[in-house]
Design a protein around this ligand. Structure first.
Ligand SMILES: Cc1ncc(COP(=O)(O)O)c(C=O)c1O
Length: 381
């Protein structure tokens, strides 16, 4: 650290040098991320609330009112206007909170949770931190959670079952209706991880896409993760967790002796209000139609990409249900393929099961990016 501070202009110049090394979403080269260019309305709203701390809401009642309204709006999107929840850092924290709520409210000793093999690794973190025994349910032929495997794994120690609406690697929607029925029958907490699909499935359904139910309209669903910083176009870090009943927040409440609120259920203490302001602004600005348009475009580009991949002689792992395309080649190992694509400037990612190149068609990807990618892909074959 310097003894004497450096003038601001010089600092910005130094920062620009570092920034030049980063990839940008705008370049269209990031193909393997669930993040995207934040929408300018969200960025402006975010910057207006940089000093507000929702960890101490009595000092920021305006921001707290925004959070309450956001939870109502997200609840509407997810089939229950009067849900309870918070805007937090992302899907990992949301899933951690859901597992904590399920464990704490169960009173079961040596608790177990059941997640599909396709679940995000945040459940491994949650299991480790909360001392939960993690049981992995098999997937069916469409890479969705296999219901009979779930039934086999349920025991008198099961505190939660998790279904995913928009899996991280393949964008698949687990059979949440069946999980809802099974969890009701067995009196087990059901969490739906819709970090990715929560901001697209409801809007795609609005405009006629035939996608299954996954939300609070299914009576067994206890909580839902929904991430504004993925398909919601909010700046990172912005996640959302919604609970059907207040008792789940209460089951995690810790006394906060020196703050303006008495109890706190979130993992973090100091919590930015900026993420909430951005989410509020974007929900109001985009409306259902705006978000439907964004998801529709992504789905259309997904179809173009999937078709192009097949035409180029590669094999799709599965038909895309949401805006993710995964493929492999019978001739080139995926690691090698990924390397060749990287050499051509494409930042793809790898799916682990099955091993595949995975492309998430996020809103920053335009048709021209995908066309350029397909030209390079064909040249690799
Ligand atoms: C389905 C799902 N859940 C949770 C997460 C974790 O979200 P985050 O990276 O915002 O913590 C992801 C991230 O990709 C995800 O795809």
């Amino acid at each position: 650290m310097e003894d004497k501070g450096i003038p601001s202009e010089q600092i910005y110049q130094m920062l620009r040098k570092y920034k030049e090394k980063d990839l940008t979403h705008r370049s269209g080269r990031i193909l393997g991320s669930m993040c995207t260019c934040p929408h300018p309305v969200g960025v402006k709203a975010y910057s207006m609330f940089l000093e507000s701390n929702l960890g101490d809401p009595g000092l920021f009642p305006g921001t707290k009112a925004l959070e309450d309204e956001v939870i109502i709006m997200l609840g509407e999107i997810l089939g229950k206007k009067d849900a309870y929840g918070h805007i937090i850092t992302g899907g990992t924290e949301a899933n951690l909170m859901a597992m904590r709520a399920a464990r704490n409210s169960s009173g079961i000793k040596d608790p177990e949770i059941i997640v599909p093999k396709s679940a995000h690794f945040s459940f491994k973190k949650a299991a480790e931190m909360l001392k939960l025994d993690l049981k992995m349910a098999d997937l069916d032929q469409e890479y969705k959670m296999d219901i009979s495997s779930v039934e086999d794994l349920i025991s008198n120690k099961t505190v939660a079952v998790v279904g995913v609406a928009g899996t991280t690697e393949l964008g698949k929607i687990d059979p949440i209706s069946d999980l809802s029925r099974i969890c009701l029958e067995n009196d087990i907490y059901l969490h739906v991880d819709a970090a990715f699909g929560g901001y697209s499935i409801p809007f795609l359904k609005d405009i006629g896409y035939d996608l299954p139910k996954f939300d609070f309209t299914l009576p067994g669903v206890s909580s839902i993760t929904i991430d504004p910083h993925k398909m919601g176009l909010a700046p990172i870090p912005t996640g959302g967790i919604l609970f059907r009943e207040r008792k789940y927040l209460e089951a995690m409440a810790i006394e906060t002796p020196y703050l303006t609120e008495d109890l706190q259920s979130t993992v973090v203490g100091t919590r930015t209000g900026a993420a909430t302001a951005a989410t509020w602004a974007l929900l109001k600005h985009m409306g259902r139609e705006g978000y439907a348009e964004v998801s529709k475009k992504c789905m259309e580009i997904t179809s173009i990409l999937a078709e192009g991949v097949e035409k180029a002689g590669f094999e799709l792992i599965t038909n895309p249900e949401l805006n993710i395309v995964a493929f492999h080649s019978s001739e080139i190992p995926v690691e090698k393929l990924a390397q060749k694509l990287e050499d051509k400037g494409w930042a793809v990612s790898l799916a682990s099961y099955p091993r595949a190149i995975r492309i998430i068609v996020m809103p920053h990807l335009k048709v021209e990016h995908i066309e350029a990618f397909l030209v390079d892909l064909e040249s690799i074959k």
